[in-house]
Design a protein around this ligand. Sequence first.
Ligand code: UD1
Ligand code: CA
Length: 456
Amino acid sequence: MADRFAIILAAGKGTRMKSPRPKVLHEIGGRSMLAWSVALAKDLGCKRSVVVVGPDMPVLSEAAAKLVGAENVVIQHDQLGTANAVDAARDALKNAEGHAIVLYADTPLIPKEAGERAFAEIETGASVCVLGFRAKLPNRYGRLVTTTDGSLEAIVEANDATEAQLQIALANSGVMSAPVRLMFDLLREVKNDNAKGEYYLTDLVGLARARNLRAAAAQCEERDVQGVNSQAELAAVERVFQDGMRDQFMVAGVTIPAPETVFFSHDTKIAPGVTIEPNVVFATKVSVETGAVIRAFSHLEGAKVGPGALVGPYARLRPGAVIGKDAHIGNFVEVKNVTIGEGAKANHLSYLGDGEVGAGANIGAGTIFCNYDGFFKYRTVIGEGAFIGSNSSLVAPVSIGAGGYVGSGSVVVEDVPADALTIARGRQSNKDGWAKTFRAEKSAAKKAGQKPDGAV
Ligand code: UD1
Ligand code: CA
């Protein structure tokens, strides 16, 4: 099979986003739109992806360089149209032999199968292929003019179309594939004598036909090629993405009673047999194993939840939280960079940061791992079966041995041996009758109009 290449257009200013951030760095499912396009190109097996950016877009150029390498980021100096944008990749691809696909970085949800169809047409002899879709409201899209045998004759932009052509419902998604050398060859012939005075990539179809080459249209769904030009469209595409994830997980056997309130990232992994209660957010890099229950109003990021574990309601799992089999992380418990052993429990109101909790340990309400001294962070290690009394502060670095017992309200600054009891708080002393005497004296003084020194 011929090598594959991708040319990703990202030079648009994105003015309508009204955002200081470059448009294509806005995220869908926790991943930038640009990264979605790069990921698609990788999934399609592209050997290289060249990203076309505008001038004076340092933030975007840097982000693109991280994704594809600086040598694959090229600048389109003037925004003279989509053909001119692709042409900006000419030098970068001067030695490329094979087939290329053009993607718009503001169109993030193109499925791999759609890209495969575009390449397949070229691999079976078409010279240009565009991905078309049946548009509900085709108004501003380019229209695909097809012949009776279904092959593609031309693309006309809405501004240049006749009344009859505007009736065509088959619209251009913008995705185009062609042999690399032919694409750059045809690009030399593109002119800008059209309504917008731009160099249209879509002209490649007519130019190929003029050489008696075959052009093809592959089809996809409208929702797969929804582009983003405004914040509202960004949210609309996010909805498409979220609905897709929800459906996919439910089909795979995940129980989600209120799916419209649960939010996933592009890389969320949930096993069949997991239950996700309402209002749960999965930020990036989360996996949940079978039988686990994520209860309402929990937020998870960079966390692994083991089989049968119970998380929430109102739990926060941060990067590096690894929750063992059948462990419980309850309400208002925050876990960061801590491994929680099998069957261990932290059910209420705790901060567990940097450390490990052994199997079967019990962390009482209000326990805090004091992990930070303002400069460095330290680990707290709790052995198997240990019991941490409520409202204890464990000042790291510190360890509690297996089976150790920490009295409630302790501030633990030294290691606790296995199976020992530690009590690290002021000793209680009861003074019989003290309160009664105190009240009698004070009320007498008040009645006599006396005020102790310092009273206001
Ligand atoms: C383009 C297609 C149209 C298709 C539509 C789908 C052309 C001439 N028309 O129209 O047939 O239905 O997309 O959305 O190709 N860009 C650059 N540099 C430029 C111009 C554009 O990088 O000089 C980038 C834009 O940032 C954008 C993409 O190319 O991501 C499409 O450009 P845009 O001007 O929005 O094309 P449309 O007029 O929407
Ligand atoms: Ca557009």
